[in-house]
Design a protein around this ligand. Structure first.
Ligand SMILES: [Zn+2]
Ligand SMILES: [Zn+2]
Length: 210
């Protein structure tokens, strides 16, 4: 079983504060045994995490990940170790991710001020899962609506902290049942738990975060 934070930004993102090592140390301290570093439009944070964990024998699994800026909003991709171009449509991005053997996840739909997805019906058929709990500040019922969307289309719902600093790691947690986390996600063997990142922590990088 994996206790995972699937949405974490390092300083490989222009708006991330902490280095990969600090984020991983915090994740382990908080009892997580799985993490995905999902920097904006680069897998470099993930690659660094994989190398670091292997070399230092840190007891945490790293799922390679990236948060891609598509022309329809942000998309999380897991299981790929190379970048895909930004600013393609979400459909094109999802297809590119799948071609590389990864899975495509709609990130924080309905958070329109943060590049959420608007026309979800155009892409839902190529999406493997939906982030239904995002621990960052959210206006209105964004997470609730995301959950409704996932249920309506029968998509697995994931949680992530969307941490941009180490203090925010672990606020959005996905519990993944199975030895292969990507397979387990696709087949819906996931549970989520989370709580909103406290405002004082969010304020830490509010000015930097899009
Ligand atoms: Zn995002
Ligand atoms: Zn993010």
């Amino acid at each position: 079983m994996f206790i995972a934070d699937l949405h974490v930004h390092s300083n490989h993102s222009n708006d991330g504060v902490d280095c990969v090592k600090a984020l991983i140390a915090t994740a382990v301290e908080k009892g997580l045994n799985c993490i995905s570093i999902t920097d904006h439009n680069t897998v470099n944070g993930s690659l660094e995490a994989i190398e670091y964990v292997e070399e230092e024998h840190v007891p945490i699994a790293v799922i390679p990940g990236i948060e891609v800026s598509t022309s329809n909003g942000h998309m999380l991709a897991y299981g790929i170790k190379q970048d895909v171009d930004k600013e393609m449509s979400m459909r094109e991005t999802a297809m590119a991710v799948k071609k590389l053997g990864g899975i495509a996840v709609m990130a924080h739909p309905f958070q329109l001020h943060r590049h959420g997805v608007v026309a979800f019906w155009r892409v839902i058929d190529v999406i493997d899962a939906i982030e239904v709990f995002n621990a960052k500040f959210c206006i209105g019922l964004c997470n609730r609506l995301s959950e409704v969307l996932a249920k309506k289309y029968g998509k697995p719902g994931l949680a992530g902290s969307d941490a941009h600093c180490r203090q925010a790691v672990g606020y959005g947690v996905t519990i993944i049942e199975g030895a292969n986390p990507l397979e387990a996600i696709i087949s819906g063997r996931v549970r989520i738990k989370g709580k909103r990142i406290p405002l004082n922590i969010q304020l830490k990088n509010l000015l930097k975060t899009p």
